[in-house]
Structures are given as structure tokens and as C-alpha cells.
Write a protein that binds this ligand. Sequence first.
Ligand SMILES: [Zn+2]
Length: 255
Amino acid sequence: MLNKPPATRLLPCPRCRYDLRGRVVGEHCPECGWTIDTFGPVWWDESLLKRMMLFARVAAIPCWILLLVPLHFIFVVANADFASIEFTFGIFCVLMPIQVIAQAVAMFAMGDTRLGESRARALFWAAIVRVAAFGLAAFVLYLEWSVARDHLLAVSYFVLPLFAVGSDIVTSRVLASLEAEACPILWTKPRTRVKVARGTLWIVYPFLLVPFIGWYFAPIIWTVAMAYCFGELRGVADASRTAARSLRAGAAPLP
Ligand SMILES: [Zn+2]
């Protein structure tokens, strides 16, 4: 006797990735014949969800800490203490690499093939592109100071942020797709603030090119957006763990 299956359930077949929407445990995959032995997406694995929760935090916290840079800049302007702008730059030079490295480490750690080949690959390459873009930007700034090459600076001003923001849009889409797969089972909807955060990533690059206002506010929007995306992932992984545990304990599918 079959329970009435949740109609919106999404469960990619772990063998052939066929969409097993609406089927229940005990049924067979019509494509490859695999017996459905688990509720939820294939990445609802205790160890993987735990890892996602940990590394979502590893990625999110440095984003919030990075906001110390624009905050310090406000103090510099408010006190007209322009000598200490060097300190603003100093904390930027420490916190920015920490954020870039922490996010890349998190993306490598979460890019598990159980998320699906394409998601794992997207996270891997987005991390590579992001680290390369920031690394090249630092290298170009160094060259600018040591040998003064203006055209290089122009290229890095227009091209490198495009790759860095682009890689983060890819990352946010991957995280959103995980959320979309889990939410119908969790019976929750993605929170508005994370949808807004994902949407604002699209305006970061053009806004970044607007002198002064954009240079100041675009990185703030960017940082907060990524902090929300990873924060939301942590919430989704946490709720998925709870749901997976209760489903494994033999409870009926969630109401
Ligand atoms: Zn299958």
C-alpha cells in the first residue's frame, strides 16, 4: 500500500539522474530500475549535510567580517582623519584574501559529486575563477605600483570584477538549485531576503563601475549577498538533516 506521495517531491535517481518526482520509497526508477530506498535528494546524506553546514559558515562569516572595511572608512570620513585611510586599506588587505580563500575552500569542500556532476563541477570552476580573478587583481595592483602599466590596470578594472562577480552568480545559482530541490520536501519557501540577495548580484558589476558611490556600495552589496546565500544554505542543510533523520526513523512523508 502506497502513501499518497508528496506531489512536488524532487529526487534525482542516484544512478541515472532521472527525475523521480512524486514517487515513493519502494517504487522503481522507470529508467534504470533502481529501487527507491530513500526520501529526499541524493545529497541528503548525514555526513555531506554536516559538511555543508560547517563550510557554509566558513564562507559566510568572513563576508560579514569584511564589512569592517567600509565601516572603518565611515569613521575616517566622519572624523576627517584621512591619515588613517592607510589603516582602512591595511584591514582590507588582510580581510579580503581571508574571505576569498575561505569561500574557495568552502566551495571545494562542498563540491561533492553527490550534489550531481554538474553542480560539483560548477562549484569547482567558480572557485578557481574567483581565486584567479582576485589573485590577478592583486598582481596587477603590484605591477601598477612597481612599473606603472596603465593599460593593465584598465583591463583589470573592467575584466577581473566581471569574472569575480560572474563566478559568484554561478555559485549562488548552484546554492539556489539545492534549495529548490530541498524546499518542497521541507515544505518551506526560500526566504525573501536570500532571493533579493541573489537578485542584487546582477547589479553588482555595473554598479561597481560607477565612480565613488558604486566603488563604495557595490562591494558591500556583493559581500552581504554572498553572506546571505551561504547563510541560507546552512539553514537548508540544517533543516534537511532534521527532515532526513525523521524520515529515516520511519515517519510518514512530511504533511
Ligand atoms: Zn534511475
